[in-house]
Design a protein around this ligand. Structure first.
Ligand SMILES: Cc1ncc(COP(=O)(O)OP(=O)(O)O)c(N)n1
Ligand SMILES: Cc1nc(C(=O)O)sc1CCOP(=O)(O)O
Ligand SMILES: [Mg+2]
Length: 205
């Protein structure tokens, strides 16, 4: 499967009271990857929500990725996204198998991306590219980094951090395969607007 297009990421606060409605609206507009990102420690709720998202993703033929938690990903049978402090890639690959999608946060460091590629990552993520409501303190990345990554890496490149329909096009022009978006997608006033935004993000590729 080609990893290219919109990478929608959930946010439990932003989506409170409209979680599945807004996620389905995004899937309706077209989503390549959907990440379940919940930073709480409510394991029962996390399992329940991840299973609900998995059912929805199967209906829309979208791949589900679990943030941070390789054990939960293994339990459901989906992929995982690991940051630099979320545990090593090699055991996650052994746990999830060769086919699973495993992503790695590389901030603005090509060396981290090369290491992730050697350890079997399916894609590498760089960011943040813009001011982010969701993660304001993340280190900054820039377009030059994307150029260098495109020249040196032979796996899909994901851009993240403050991405909106207004600022996304240069990221794609400089080599991003995946645009990972929380607020610029789900911060909409209606489900119809989420669907419209998802379609518009996909039209950039
Ligand atoms: C696609 C994608 N890229 C980067 C991140 C950030 O991961 P991490 O640095 O582990 O931070 P948290 O998201 O866990 O707060 C991501 N989740 N997804
Ligand atoms: C989860 C996350 N990681 C980032 C990084 O730079 O690694 S930025 C970010 C938040 C993405 O949300 P929004 O689209 O609302 O800015
Ligand atoms: Mg993490």
């Amino acid at each position: 499967m080609k990893l290219r297009g919109l990478y929608a990421i959930t946010d439990s606060q932003l989506l409170a009271g409209k979680f599945l409605q807004y996620v389905e609206a995004a899937l309706d507009g077209g989503v390549t990857l959907l990440q379940y990102r919940d930073k709480s420690s409510d394991e029962a709720r996390r399992l329940r929500e991840a299973e609900a998202l998995h059912n929805l993703c199967e209906r829309y033929k979208t791949q589900l990725i679990i943030n941070d938690d390789a054990e939960l990903a293994a339990r459901i049978g989906v992929g995982v996204h690991l940051g630099q402090t979320d545990g090593p890639l090699t055991p996650a690959r052994a746990l999830l198998g060769r086919q699973a999608i495993i992503g790695s946060t590389c901030h603005a460091q090509l060396e981290l991306a090369e290491q992730a590629a050697n350890e079997g990552a399916s894609y590498v993520a760089f960011g943040r590219f813009f001011n982010s409501n969701t993660k304001p303190g993340a280190p900054m990345a820039n377009l030059e980094l994307l150029d260098q990554a495109r020249a040196r890496l032979h796996l899909p490149i994901c851009a993240i951090g403050g991405i909106t329909l207004e600022n996304a096009a240069p990221l794609v022009a400089h080599g991003a395969d995946l645009l990972a978006v929380v607020h610029g997608l789900f911060g909409a006033d209606s489900a119809q607007e989420v669907t419209r935004r998802a379609r518009a993000f996909n039209a950039l590729f």
